[in-house]
Design a protein around this ligand. Structure first.
Ligand code: FNR
Length: 217
């Protein structure tokens, strides 16, 4: 199958035997079978020192610059993220915060698909609801459906697919629907790209963080 879409994919775990990394590898093979060009990254490449606004004057860290560059080169991004204490990993939020300081806003207008894997029965889903918040705040178009692999420590087959074949098919068809949206968004460039950080607030050039389409400037 042919596709014109390029995506960035990474698991937001630094752990060597990460379940989310296994899920990301599985998703990579599904996407590549559909002809999608996949930039498969590692969270370690995006890791940044703890965010400190005083350090910004010295420049933004290399991990955030790498994420910015790789986001700029893709049509969409997919994250397989662990859930820690009902939320996203600090390492991921820290990288998002640093990356959000670039202009233009690197997440704005990018299509996004969120996944999680956890030994728990809920598969880390609460962490994805938390992850939606900063991504949508920054203008990413986060796909409504999310995939959370429950009891992930026993869910994979030896070949690296999901042992439950029906569940594997559901994941594949959901990814297919997401890719159609990415493809459509790519061909309709007037689709939402504007970003107003606090839409509805009194406008103020001193504090506004806004990116407008050329027609509305
Ligand atoms: C967890 N884990 C976890 N799981 C879950 O489903 N909900 C949760 O709230 C938490 N909280 C949590 C906190 C901390 C500090 C740790 C270390 C772990 C378990 C977690 O899902 C499990 O360790 C996964 O295997 C982590 O993902 P990776 O590294 O395997 O991708």
């Amino acid at each position: 199958m042919e596709s014109n879409v390029k995506v960035l994919l990474f698991a937001a775990s630094l752990r060597a035997d990460s379940l989310n990394a296994r899920l990301a590898s599985l998703v990579r093979s599904v996407l590549e079978r559909r002809g999608v060009e996949v930039d498969h990254a590692a969270m370690s490449g995006f890791d940044c020192p703890s965010f400190d606004q005083d350090r910004e004057a010295e420049g933004l860290p290399a991990g955030a610059q790498r994420l910015r560059d790789r986001l700029a080169a893709c049509d969409a991004f997919l994250i397989a993220s662990p859930e820690y204490n009902g939320s996203m990993p600090g390492v991921l939020k820290n990288t998002i915060d640093w990356t959000s300081r670039f202009r233009p806003q690197p997440f704005n207008g990018k299509q996004a698909f969120l996944m999680s894997a956890s030994p728990s029965m809920a598969g880390g889903r609460a962490g994805l609801w938390a992850l939606r918040v900063p991504l949508e705040h920054l203008g990413a178009r986060v796909y409504p459906d999310m995939f959370s692999l429950a009891q992930a420590h026993t869910a994979f087959s030896e070949e690296g697919t999901i042992a439950d074949e029906m569940l594997q098919r559901r994941l594949e068809s959901t990814l297919g629907c997401f890719l159609e949206l990415v493809e459509a968004a790519k061909h309709y460039p007037r689709i939402k790209k504007e970003w107003v950080e606090f839409l509805g607030e009194k406008t103020d050039a001193a504090t506004d963080r806004v990116e407008l389409n050329a027609v509305n400037r």
